[in-house]
Design a protein around this ligand. Sequence first.
Ligand code: UDX
Ligand code: UDX
Length: 463
Amino acid sequence: MNIKKICCIGAGYVGGPTMSVIAKQCPDVEVTVVDLNQARIAAWNDENINNIPIYEPGLSNIVAEARGRNLFFSTDVDSAIDEADAIFISVNTPTKTYGSGKGQAADLKWIELCARQIAKVSTTDKIVIEKSTLPVRTASAIKNILTHNGNGVKFQILSNPEFLAEGTAVEDLLSPDRVLIGGDQTDEGKKAIESLVEIYARWVPRERILTTNVWSSELSKLTANAFLAQRVSSINSLSELCEHTGADIGEVARAIGTDSRIGSKFLKASVGFGGSCFQKDILNLVYIARSYGLSEVADYWEQVIIMNDHQKHRFVNKIIRSLYNTVSGKKIAFLGWAFKKDTNDTRESAAIYVADGLLFEQAEISVFDPKVSKQNIYSDLDYLATRSSEENRNLVNVEDDPYEVCKNAHAIAILTEWDEFNTYDWERIYESMLKPAHIFDGRNVLNKSKLENIGFTISGIGN
Ligand code: UDX
Ligand code: UDX
């Protein structure tokens, strides 16, 4: 099949940028991104290109180029599905918060709804592509729904996992290390795989487009994220040892990272990894392993998450200990709330859990993040359901000026590695704070000796 029309269900962090880049690179292919959330679609269609709902460097230029030409954002899900040759499913798959598998298994409610809707409205043959990260063997569930509810229409299911990282999504999509496409190893399956290969081959060298069976593709996605997260937990575990021995984690990371077998990436010690994927995907892996009775495998990977939770708690405890074992009524300034720099995404951000830990000790928190809205910060805290939303609003204050946030604070905590933090007038900040003026650099981004010379007491991760 020659794919001429694409529909993508889900206009989020994955669907939005991925479809924008496909539309840019394939001007003759019509790409329609649909979403149930009307406000989100309206934002994607906003005349002012800076108001698109997702912040990613370089994305607004691409949307400006393709939108209205061959890139469309719509809430008319049914017609977009029926007109398309290929349908990407990019809806969210959060960890279940209820029932069996609670806290570990992926909630596939939205995926199932999408499959049912595709079955209901399709009148021509389709290729259905899993773009969302899913537990292994989800494709067979989707296939079951499609074949038992369709109108005699033929469906091929492919797995085409996303490897883009937020903050560098456009770059990752334009020159990916690899594109992975899994499909049935039948003649029809292979034809469907080839149709999707043809799309990516417009800009990705063929040798970087890997094709596999469906299960390998699904499992590779979970495995890639598990390995990346494991590196962060490994280096974070050693950061604690460094703090006790006088070794410096930055020096250790450099020393091991220059071994080409290990490599230098993902060795940055931090307050803990966040983001929508790492924790969820490892939990999925753990859940699958347990469901096959593989308890050693499950425990092995679960430890990556246990370590990450420990790193967040440790950061909170260090702040409390340094402030003479009480933070009650003390103002703590948070610089950064996003789970990493260059994104406005806050899902699973370490900042949320550090804030929760400090609020539990009755601290007063003041937050500044260059890209995250006040409303988003409150809804992250409300979502924890640890305290009422009124209490969250009383105890947490969000400002759009970093100097206001730091004024009269007992301590500053760096939660995100935004580049701009290094450009601040730190003497001015020091003057405005209570003394001793503490900085807890959860990302090791500030210039320690310069700040110590100003008078700050600064404590990083693993040094
Ligand atoms: C992604 C991936 O798709 C998922 O696999 C990954 O593991 C986590 O993140 P993302 O794009 O980041 O999802 O999620 P989100 O920004 O929440 O976007 C999903 C969109 O799907 C939302 O805008 C939601 O409104 C929409 N949606 C959800 C639908 O349109 N229909 C549904 O039935 C469910
Ligand atoms: C990740 C994967 O990298 C991507 O391939 C997949 O498609 C989605 O999940 P993302 O969550 O956007 O991408 O961000 P990533 O850059 O992987 O960072 C995840 C978290 O780990 C962040 O909180 C980051 O700050 C943290 N991290 C990363 C570290 O603490 N240290 C590091 O050395 C690297």
